[in-house]
Design a protein around this ligand. Structure first.
Ligand code: GSH
Length: 215
């Protein structure tokens, strides 16, 4: 199997955590043609998004959460979803929350750091949206262990995005991610100790430093 990957991408990082946690043999490949919109990459993933997983028979699976669910179905040990249906639904509520509600305001803020003319109204809206979602996360995250107590797809999704959340709140001099969010702060300490997460966060950090040096 081959994962079309960028180490800095929080969505690709979500899949690399699952891959490393399950100790799978997956080739990590750069984007053919060098960018999201190259004709070569659009042939693989017409959405032009990273990541995409190419199976040995040539089938391509796009969308990070679909990839992680596929990996879980095909390689269920060690599990990244609990056995109990309600507990599985809980994990999936977190992965949905991540994709639909936590990532978008962070992404808006990231985009605005690179905008020639910053849209202050958009930045303020994204900052207040992000703060509300961090409050929600703080109130929902398990008080012990990982996001849903056992390490799961929820942690795979949340941990890489926290790197950007912390960086963006710092870049806009906003309230830090863990101020008055004790549970979230404790989870963040614990999740970084997981070897798969630790490895991916180091890869992201290295890619971020490389990007900064190119600027
Ligand atoms: N819903 C997609 C989102 C993937 C995504 O937006 N990836 C970013 C990189 S972090 C990307 O491909 N951006 C290129 C673009 O939007 O043109 C997933 O879960 O895989």
């Amino acid at each position: 199997m081959k994962l079309y990957n960028l180490n800095l991408s929080n969505f690709a990082s979500k899949c690399r955590i699952a891959i490393y946690d399950k100790n799978l043999e997956v080739e990590l490949a750069p984007l053919p043609g060098g960018n999201f919109q190259s004709p070569e990459y659009l042939q693989i993933n017409p959405l032009g998004k990273v990541p995409a997983l190419e199976l040995d028979d040539g089938m391509v699976i796009a969308e990070s959460e679909v990839i992680n669910e596929y990996l879980e179905d095909r390689f269920p040990n060690p599990p990244l979803l609990p056995a109990n249906p309600e507990a599985r639904a809980r994990v999936r509520s977190f992965t949905r929350f991540h994709d639909l509600y936590l990532d978008p305001p962070m992404r808006t803020l990231f985009g605005q750091t690179m905008a020639r003319n910053r849209d202050e109204a958009l930045v303020n809206e994204a900052l207040s949206g992000l703060n509300l979602r961090l409050d929600l996360l703080d109130s929902r995250i398990a008080p012990e262990g990982f996001a849903c107590t056992e390490f799961s797809l929820a942690d795979c999704a949340l941990a890489p995005t926290m790197v950007f959340v912390i960086a963006m709140l710092g870049a806009y001099h906003a309230k830090p991610a863990f101020e008055q969010r004790q549970r979230l702060a404790e989870w963040w300490q614990r999740v970084q100790e997981r070897p798969s997460v630790n490895k991916v966060l180091a890869e992201m950090n290295e890619a971020y430093q490389a990007m900064q040096q190119k600027k």
